[in-house]
Ligand binder design. Structure first.
Ligand code: FAD
Length: 398
């Protein structure tokens, strides 16, 4: 029937939405716009830093979306969204008209809120590696070049940010690499926050596997970083009271919805995209649905699994909407697995429902791994972590 849906961003949310739109209605014409020919998942990128995964093992292609699912994948960047005209403009010069637009462009960095001395231009020397790809490789090479006995400093981002357990899994993976190759080295995490996701499980796992190799300095102990002297690889925290010299600095800046969402006027004062949490239709331009990290999704964390769940929901909401049927009552899920060593996995899971204007966790659902599990239990969770990677990437890009 020729109805045309345009999806912007071929990451976790966008690729899922494109695939499930075609699955729910094979007559729909679906176009996916994504600038990169290959997508590198952030999930698994910490394992690359740990030295036991290669970049090509976290690479996803768009071939199945094109060939198996009949999606028109255009390798280009959207430079402007015109909600009133229902069209998007591409850097390559084309204009695409849509009936509904799905936007899943991920995050960008809020350099204005970042520490003094840091900017987009310093990311090649103090990489964030919070978008996987070249940044992951820069950080990996710096770790490889670091001497035994060196110090890795991670500056963790303030809330809200993509992947709440991500910084702490990264610290674990860097410690794993050090333990096996540079055992006199240290991992120091400077954190503006006073607590973090799965904290007890991480800290228990760190002690059991790495002794005192990893140190976490939270916001109540002066972990807030105000300035970075990039040339001298020195980090200043607690209003300059403390200074730390690192051999490798991983500065993860504060985050906001991706730039295209800002340019299109889809963001709120906090820098994220408010939506009707039942359909993910933008509260500002309702024919644009925003999913994934850019959106404000109630209690759901900014994760690949959340974006995947939201991609399916938005596909169902759009297909129903075009047929004049009510959107489904959303029930969504998220699991975040983290590896502390290649044989020690931990997880947090939750089920969500839309209730009274917002997405909320279902009482009694989900939870975290038990605190007192034995090594065999942790080893099984590490296997589930790799299984989760295989199944979610197949669900999204397969
Ligand atoms: P993305 O997946 O980032 O996709 C956005 C896409 O939009 C990109 O491909 C980009 O190129 C494209 N784009 C941007 N602007 C434009 C434009 N103007 N035009 C066209 N395309 C555009 N999540 C988990 O569930 N489990 C994990 O274990 C996990 N581990 C993580 C570890 C790390 C170190 C990090 C950093 C993240 C991790 N995440 C994990 C989080 C997960 O990667 C993100 O939450 C998820 O990818 C968000 O999906 P998204 O679709 O919103 O954005």
């Amino acid at each position: 029937n020729g109805e045309h849906i345009v999806v912007v961003g071929g990451g976790s949310g966008g690729a899922t939405a494109a695939k499930y739109l075609r699955r729910f209605d094979p007559n729909l014409q679906v176009t996916l716009v994504e600038p990169n020919a290959t997508y590198h998942t952030c999930y698994g990128s910490n394992w690359v830093l740990g030295g036991f995964r290669q970049m090509d093992q976290i690479a996803q292609s768009y071939q199945a979306l094109r060939d198996t699912h009949g999606i028109n994948v255009i390798q280009d960047r959207v430079t402007a969204i015109e909600p009133d005209a229902h069209q998007v403009r591409l850097a390559g010069g084309r204009t695409l008209s849509y009936q509904k637009l799905v936007l899943s462009p991920g995050i960008d960095f809020d350099w204005e809120a970042a520490a003094e001395g840091t900017s987009e231009a310093t990311a090649d020397r103090i990489p964030h590696a919070w978008k996987a790809g070249p940044q992951t490789q820069i950080l990996r090479r710096q770790l490889e070049a670091m001497p035994n006995g060196g110090v890795f400093i991670m500056v963790a981002p303030p809330n809200p940010f993509r992947c709440p357990p991500g910084p702490y899994e990264r610290a674990s993976m860097v410690a794993h690499y050090f333990k096996t190759h540079k055992p006199r080295s240290k991992v120091l995490i400077l954190d503006v926050k006073e607590g973090f996701s799965k904290q007890g499980l991480f800290m228990g796992g760190w002690e059991a596997n790495y002794g005192d190799m990893i140190e976490w300095v939270g916001g109540d102990r002066g972990g807030m970083v105000n300035r970075v002297d990039v040339a001298n690889r020195t980090v200043f925290s607690d209003d300059g009271l403390n200074r730390y010299r690192g051999d490798v600095i991983n500065y993860i800046p504060p985050q906001k919805a991706a730039q295209i969402a800002h340019d299109a006027g889809l963001t709120n004062e906090a820098g994220w995209c408010p939506v009707d949490q039942r359909t993910f239709a933008s509260s500002i331009h309702p024919d644009v649905h925003v999913i994934g990290d850019s959106s404000v999704a109630g209690a759901m964390p900014k994760s690949g699994h959340s974006a995947n769940s939201q991609g399916k929901l938005v596909a169902a909401a759009i297909v129903n909407g075009l047929r004049g049927i009510d959107a489904p009552e959303p029930s969504m899920v998220n699991t975040c697995y983290s590896l502390i060593t290649p044989d020690w996995g931990i997880s947090v899971a939750a089920v969500y429902r839309y209730d009274d204007g917002s997405i909320r966790g279902v009482e009694g659902s989900g939870g975290v791994s038990p605190a007192d599990a034995d090594r065999e239990f942790r080893r099984r969770e590490a296997d589930y972590t790799r299984g989760w990677y295989r199944s979610i990437t197949t669900d999204i890009w397969g």
